[in-house]
Design a protein around this ligand. Sequence first.
Ligand code: MGD
Ligand code: MGD
Ligand code: SF4
Ligand code: MO
Length: 676
Amino acid sequence: MPVSYSTCALDCPGACALEVSVANGRLEGIRGWPDHPFTRGIICSKVARFDELQNGPRVLEPLVRTGAKGDGRFRPACWDEALSVTTDALRLAIERYGPASVLPFYYGGTQGLVQSRAIERLARVMGFSLPRRTLCFANAKLGWTAGVGAMAGPDPLEVLESDLILLWGINAASTHLHFWDLSKGARKNGARIIAIDPYGTRTAKGADQHIALRPGTDGALACAMMQVLLADGLADRDYLAAHSDFDSDLEGHLATRTPEWAAPICAIAAGTIRELAHAYGRAQRPFIRVGIGMTRQRNGPVNAHAVSCLPAVVGAWPTRGAGALMGTDGAFDIDDSAVRLHDDYPDCPRILDMAQLGHCLTHQEVEPMVAALLVFNANPAVTCPDLERVRKGLLRDDLFTLVHEIVLTDTARFADVVLPATTFLEHPDLYRSYGQCTLQWAEPALPAAGQARCNHDTVNALASRLGVAHEAFTIDSVEMAERVLEASGLPGRAELAERHWVDLTPSEDSGHFRDGFPTTDGLFHFYPSWPHAEMPARPDHWPVNARDDAPADRFPLDFITPPAHDVLNSTFTQTAYAGARHEPPKLLLNPTDAAARGIVSGDRVHVTSPSGRLTLEAEITDAVQPGVCACESNHRGRAFPAGRSLNVLVADTRETIVPGPAYHDTRVEVTAARPA
Ligand SMILES: Nc1nc2c(c(=O)[nH]1)N[C@H]1C(S)=C(S)[C@@H](COP(=O)(O)OP(=O)(O)OC[C@H]3O[C@@H](n4cnc5c(=O)[nH]c(N)nc54)[C@H](O)[C@@H]3O)O[C@H]1N2
Ligand SMILES: Nc1nc2c(c(=O)[nH]1)N[C@H]1C(S)=C(S)[C@@H](COP(=O)(O)OP(=O)(O)OC[C@H]3O[C@@H](n4cnc5c(=O)[nH]c(N)nc54)[C@H](O)[C@@H]3O)O[C@H]1N2
Ligand code: SF4
Ligand SMILES: [Mo]
């Protein structure tokens, strides 16, 4: 059976190297590539079942809407007609309201460098609006770079040598399988694994200890740990003096942040905090893997920054097998201007925040109004916050929506035109990663299914119809990859096709910031330069969570929406397997909170937040602590009785000072849904 090399394009830190077997032009199986240094032959169960999507409910031909908006009724069309309908609508929008009235919306469907941002090329040449890319890691980046200076840190493979691993706000067993596997490898060598997460995830269950803090209180926990480390002689004062801006004012401030101060904020016993600090301070090679999940809070960046201070306090940054990591993005110094044309067209008439899509589509102040929406690699009708407003916007009769998709997603059901997209197995691309440090090149393992086209070719076809003369729209994906590699000073495509990947892991000295941090002065910053004066000047608990605002009598419970194990964001939710495992969606409720409301497992319950209301099925479990409830997210709307998905409950970023959505920072009330 022919076997080819590929790379998983899904929005996951693994970016796994894949061994794809094909028989009679059909996908037979996918395994992890055995020799890849990070994949090491392992892949997740989702992608091992990728044939369910590849050979499953695909959009195989262009579709043009026949029913009312959102009905999901279409007729098949040829590419020629679908492109004409689209470019006629774009011309009309431009004529009436100007090019800035067209908004492309592209996000995480594929991580490929050539395909994922292909539409940006057309947007820049045409003068369309661009989306601010806030949907996932805006808070994480702000918080991490505040102290460290860049999304960088030690080689994740070094965790094998650590003796204490803190998995802090990351559900690695589900969301970063390889780091979980490496952590378990370290445990065989004697390491302890501690999970810090409000919810009893697979990771928390598999760890040696689970510290279940209240959501949004990591800043308090980290400060209290720092107080103990400083007071109990576990701080490395030489390191602090030489490599950070730590000073006596800060020491005075932290002296007041005792475990007794943090205990009621975090809902953890002061003794537990003290023990955690001692374990951390006494470890020889403590490694903290910080998740993006813990930053999906109104105070998320401040909390991430506070955690990044810990290795500075104990002087763990320079030690092999120790330090902290939130992402490996900094390893990739890639010039992708050929794909995005941002060097040639640096000015963009307007940037609209993608996490405020509903507002952008519905609010009169947004001028010019968004008259056309071009959706690539994203499913905003599920994944964006403030979903009710997103739906209202997508229902507008005067909005033209194009969706380029693999499957008929919730967003595609609102489209005027749906164009069929290739899967990552059907197009070539270059891949970096946010969890490991190899750059990979993957050629198609399969021919395009039906009439599917890749993003790059679809954008070229739109440009040609619109009469755009720029030569960047005349080359194919392979040539585009070639240009990116050349501009970045990397090996050429032919060499990469042989080698499959290049290892861009930073040197050990650089990964441990031994010669200085990538900050303006080379020091680790305990005092961040935040973009907003309201943000605390020093590591602290910043009490701006939903619970600090929403009336406690009406919305008494914290509500979090961590990703589910068997799906990736909303990808795979259309498969039969995911449907059987995850539908109807469950609201996880602690026995105490359930008893107080007369709710038992299996009951239908209404969940009401200040933003909206949904009906779910209750599952009573100790996995959530009292006062916190959870629903593993991004189900399709059809999984819920009202046809609307989870983010109906989640407010958008207009309610936060920080740039990213607070998916895990919602206050709700839960009531039994009994017939009247
Ligand atoms: N199976 C699977 N894997 C995925 C994804 C998926 O949907 N499914 N999504 C992918 C994507 S796009 C991303 S960005 C990554 C995200 O992966 P992670 O970085 O792991 O982020 P999340 O899963 O959002 O949240 C991680 C954990 O943070 C916890 N948490 C919530 N609030 C807080 C808090 O205030 N403090 C602390 N300490 N913990 C908190 C949640 O309970 C959750 O268990 O995963 C990727 N991998
Ligand atoms: N409540 C809640 N909401 C969340 C989160 C959460 O934890 N809780 N997590 C957030 C996070 S971390 C993220 S990253 C966002 C993700 O938000 P999205 O980027 O909207 O993620 P997906 O739901 O995976 O949608 C990607 C779509 O791209 C399609 N696709 C895949 N490959 C291609 C391709 O090559 N071309 C085209 N045209 N399409 C393709 C897939 O079929 C899929 O429908 O969601 C966020 N939303
Ligand atoms: S989703 Fe993540 S773990 Fe699964 S194959 Fe893709 S990169 Fe690897
Ligand atoms: Mo994400």
